[in-house]
Design a protein around this ligand. Sequence first.
Ligand code: MLT
Ligand code: MN
Ligand code: ZN
Length: 271
Amino acid sequence: MILLGTAAGGGCPQWNCACVLCTAGLPPRTQDCAAISAGDGWYLLNCSPDIRAQILGTPELRAGPGPREIPLRGVLLTDAELDHTLGLLMLRESGGLPVWAPPAVLTALSPFSSVVDSYGGWTWSSVVDLPGLRVEVLPVSDKRPKYASASDGPWVVAYRISDPATGGVLVYAPCLRSWPAGFDEFVADASLVLLDGTFYAPDEMAGVGGPDQLAMGHLPITAGLPRVAGRRWAFTHVNNTNPVLDPASPEHAAVLAAGATLPPDGSRFTL
Ligand code: MLT
Ligand code: MN
Ligand code: ZN
C-alpha cells in the first residue's frame, strides 16, 4: 500500500489559506488518496484532485512498458466528496476504469460519470470485486457532500481489505463522524488502520471561521486516540488547521505517545 496523499480537502498548504500551518513551510501534503496492490496492478482508494502529480511521483504507478499501458485497475470510493472524487475527471485518458462506491455516492457522481463515460470504458458499481483481495464494506456516516441533493445513505463507508496470500488486513476509514457501530469488530485483526485525522480537537475550525468538526463529518483525533492502544494505526486526511502537522507540537507528540503515526505522502506499507 502506498499513501499517495495524506491531507484533507485543499491539501497543505491550501491555496486560499494563510493560517500559521499553511505558511510554516512544512513538507507539503497532497489530498487523501492511497494505492493498493496484491501483485497484479494497482487499485486506488479514493481519487484526489492531485492524482496526476501523485501518479507521476510514484514509480509503481507510472505508465509502461507499452506506450499507453498503465498499472491502474480500478478505483474504490469511500464517499462522494470532491477531494476524494475530482481525480476521476483527470483520469479520463485512462481508457476507462471500474469505479466502486455506495449507491448514493454513484448517484451523486452521475454528472462526473456522464462526462468521463464520453471518453469510454468506465464501469460504475456498488458490488466491489478486486481480484485476489477480499473487501468488506462498513457504512460509517450519512454526511452528504454540500453539492449533493438529499437521498438515503450510506454516504460514507470504510473498507476492510484482506490479502489471503499474506494474511494482511488494511482498514481504510478517512471519514468518520462518530465511532461507528461495528467499527471495533471491523478493525479487530487489522494489520494497519488508516483513520480520519482531519481535526485534532473539537474547536479547531473556529480559528479560520469554519463550521465545527462534527458538522463537517469528522470525529476529532482526541476522541479516537484512547482506542488506539496496541494497534497499528495511522492518521490520514489531515486538515491544514490540524496542529499535529507540526512535528514540534504537543499534539503531534500526543499522537505518537498513543501509539499511532502520522505518515507523510509517499509512505509505503507491506501488509
Ligand atoms: C470533508 O472531508 O469533509 C470534505 O472533503 C469537505 C469538503 O471538501 O467540502
Ligand atoms: Mn475531505
Ligand atoms: Zn491553512
